[in-house]
Design a protein around this ligand. Structure first.
Ligand code: GDP
Ligand code: IMO
Ligand code: MG
Length: 421
């Protein structure tokens, strides 16, 4: 049996979707345990190109069973659209996708409040995806949330009425427009009708699976440094993203987690506000253009930077990483020199990530080293030995710095563009 957590070791968008898709061939269960549709996971395989927000990225392998745990927050409209999109692409999820009745629903007021809070914060805004994530998790922990189970216990209408009374006051005070009870009620009743066949308590599914020695692939959303506790607070997301979240979010006891794969981009990106010590600001530079990406959920431009090994090392320690999957190594081809940050200094003294808060991290000075690059296109390489010597050196340097072996290397966005070592 194995329970494998796939986590991003930076600020999200490391390529988790691709990695989960190719690893799912050996999985019985593929599961999401945290976050919501703020996630955008890109999968490119024989069915097409997908940007997935809620359904586990391992769903394309037909023998897998997909689970969306109670730790996930769900915008029903997005989920319905995603299920329909998958069914249309020939990936039938009926009878093999189960959603926890414990999961919270993102309500229209969560999305409105997300936007109003961001605007009210002005220059101090987080740069959220505006999908209602912060407000829905705030409601969850303050006992104001609405879950799928509220439909079966006939508590949906009463809870919605109470929440609308509270939320409308805040919305109006912040300059927004009050929501109408009947409109929201009817909209969500409609969603429930469509999603009901997929709702099932996951407790025995998970427990039986563990007892039978099945393989679980746990797909984290966001990255280690967007974690609400360990990330660059307040420039983080609302959920816990480190592997321990899988325990609460799915009901898997921590002792069952056998490996933690750290998906690590060969450089760094970040979307939204917050510190990014290795950030490249010269938008006209070749390296900026090379690293440039568009966010899968919001279409925003991702901020870019050199690889930060203090970040990867901290992620490895925090999550008990057992292997690294290095992604986007192909993107570095053609650079004359590759820089990377090996540590930080603040006021002339060495500091680690955990010694400073987000505002301190914004002030650290990066200690850089560099390697000569390689000019060869590596996207067709099938083995580590085929890679240019300088590429191999870069990989070896990363595993030494992180203290974790690099077991897979991504040389392109497609499922098969992956080298196993
Ligand atoms: P996720 O949120 O961690 O699943 O990552 P995203 O899908 O948001 O962003 C990763 C981007 O990198 C996507 O456009 C992927 O298709 C792409 N990608 C993933 N791995 C590789 C790789 O090894 N090489 C290249 N060139 N692209 C990759
Ligand atoms: P995946 O799973 C990158 C960022 C937002 C913002 C902060 C808070 O695709 O890696 P939120 O909407 O969660 O309240 O926004 O977190 N963020 C992500 N950045 N990838 C993601 O997901 C992200 N999910 C949230 O940009 O800075
Ligand atoms: Mg993403």
């Amino acid at each position: 049996m194995s329970v494998i957590a796939v986590i991003g070791s930076q600020w999200g968008d490391e390529g988790k979707g691709k990695v989960v898709d190719f690893l799912s061939e050996r999985a019985d269960f593929v599961a999401r345990f945290n976050g919501g549709n703020n996630a955008g996971h890109t999968v490119i395989n024989e069915f097409g190109t997908f940007k997935i927000h809620l359904v586990p990225s391992g769903i394309f392998v037909k023998k897998t069973v997909g689970l969306i745990g109670g730790g996930v927050v769900i915008d029903p409209a997005v989920l319905i659209e995603e299920i329909e999109m998958l069914n249309k692409a020939g990936v039938n999820v009926d009878g093999r996708l189960w959603i926890s009745p414990r999961s919270h629903m993102i309500m229209p007021y969560h999305k409105i409040l997300d936007g109003l809070y961001e605007e009210a914060k002005g220059a101090g805004a987080t740069g959220t995806t505006r999908r209602g994530i912060g407000p829905v998790f705030a409601d969850k922990v303050s006992y104001n949330g609405i879950r799928w189970t509220d439909f079966s216990s006939d508590t949906f209408e009463g809870r919605l009425q109470t929440q609308l009374e509270i939320k409308n006051k805040i919305i109006v005070a912040l300059g927004g427009e009050a929501l109408k009870y009947k409109t929201v009620r009817d909209e969500y009743r409609g969603y429930y009708g469509k999603i009901k066949p997929y709702i099932k308590e996951l407790f025995s599914i998970v427990q039986d699976g563990l007892k039978m020695g099945k393989t679980f692939l746990l797909e984290q959303a966001m990255g280690t440094f967007l974690d609400n506790d360990w990330g660059t607070y307040p420039f983080v997301t609302a959920s816990t993203t480190i592997p321990s979240a899988a325990s609460a979010g799915l009901g898997i006891p921590p002792k069952y987690i056998t490996s933690v794969i750290g998906v690590t981009k060969a450089y760094t990106t970040r979307v939204g506000a917050g510190p990014l010590p290795t950030e490249i600001h010269d938008t006209a530079s070749d390296v900026y253009k090379k690293f440039g990406e568009v966010a899968a959920t919001t279409g925003r431009t991702r901020r870019v930077g050199w690889l930060d090994l203090e970040i990867v090392r901290t992620a490895a320690e925090l999550s008990g990483m057992t292997e690294i999957c290095l992604t986007k190594l192909d993107v570095l081809s053609g650079l004359k020199e590759i820089q990377f940050c090996i540590g930080y200094k603040l006021n002339g003294k060495p500091v680690r990530y955990a010694d400073v808060d987000a505002y301190g991290l914004d002030k650290v000075e990066c200690i850089y080293e560099s390697f000569p690059g390689w000019s060869e296109d590596i996207s067709k390489a099938k083995s580590f030995e085929e890679l240019p010597v300088n590429t191999q050196k870069y990989v070896k340097m990363i595993e030494e710095a992180a203290g974790v072996p690099v077991k897979w290397i991504g040389v392109g966005p497609k499922r098969e563009e992956t080298i196993r070592r």
